[in-house]
Write a protein that binds this ligand. Structure first.
Ligand SMILES: CC(C)(COP(=O)(O)OP(=O)(O)OC[C@H]1O[C@@H](n2cnc3c(N)ncnc32)[C@H](O)[C@@H]1OP(=O)(O)O)[C@@H](O)C(=O)NCCC(=O)NCCS
Length: 194
């Protein structure tokens, strides 16, 4: 693509657009968000409300997806999220997000959430989740995203598992027929693949 000076668009912006389809690493999209649990975030038992946590996770994941895509992104789906331990008033929540795999116009973002009671030093994993974002232009049309290049063993495991998770969420979202889910079929019926 030709880079031409334009008085209305910065060179940095044009450079970012031309970089769109170059592969990126997970650490380039790594995002950390901290929140202190205040009274207005809690239910009547003084525990963090699940919806508030999902909202913060959505923001952290969207920032991560934007770092990967250098584009506007919209949330396409949120995979099943379980809340195993209550998070208490006064705790600090830390949300880590990074892109685990990119497809054509969508990216899967992996989230890890911890709750910490700073005075006691107790820190506990609260939950893990996957959010999917789609890159769009100003008119809402979907656009291609850069591929994700896994660098570590952990990133490779997340990358490999993303195909199965994608098929499951597309089936649940009514976007894929179960018959087309080859990765899932191979997982559940390995003997039928030969
Ligand atoms: C997400 C959205 C852009 C998809 O648009 P669409 O016209 O249905 O697009 P397509 O069917 O062509 O799919 C485009 C991509 O979205 C992905 N996608 C679509 N539905 C999905 C779902 N339920 N879960 C995960 N990914 C999904 C497709 O897999 C595809 O990804 P790929 O190109 O990487 O293979 C569109 O549905 C939308 O704008 N939704 C509203 C988003 C929003 O407002 N979010 C906030 C909710 S309050």
């Amino acid at each position: 693509m030709l880079l031409v000076p334009c008085p209305f668009i910065s060179q940095k912006f044009i450079f970012a657009q031309t970089m769109t389809l170059i592969s990126k690493t997970a650490k380039e999209s790594f995002t950390v968000m901290n929140e202190l649990i205040l009274p207005n975030d809690t239910n009547t038992l003084h525990n963090l409300m699940g919806g508030r946590l999902l909202h913060w996770m959505d923001i952290a994941a969207a920032i991560s997806a934007q770092k990967h895509c250098n584009r506007i992104v919209v949330t396409a789906s949120v995979d099943n999220v379980s809340f195993q331990h209550p998070i208490k008033l006064g705790d600090v929540v830390t949300i880590e997000a990074k892109v685990s795999r990119a497809f054509t116009t969508s990216v899967e973002v992996r989230l890890d959430v911890w709750a910490e009671n700073i005075p006691s030093g107790a820190r506990q994993k609260s939950n893990e989740a996957y959010y999917t974002f789609v890159a769009v232009d100003q008119s809402g049309n979907t656009i291609p995203v850069p591929e994700l290049k896994p660098e570590t063993e952990e990133e490779q495991v997340l990358f490999d598992g993303a195909l199965r998770r994608r098929q499951l969420r597309l089936i649940l979202g009514g976007k894929m027929k179960p018959d087309e889910a080859t990765e899932l079929k191979a997982l559940f019926f390995p003997e039928k693949q030969n």
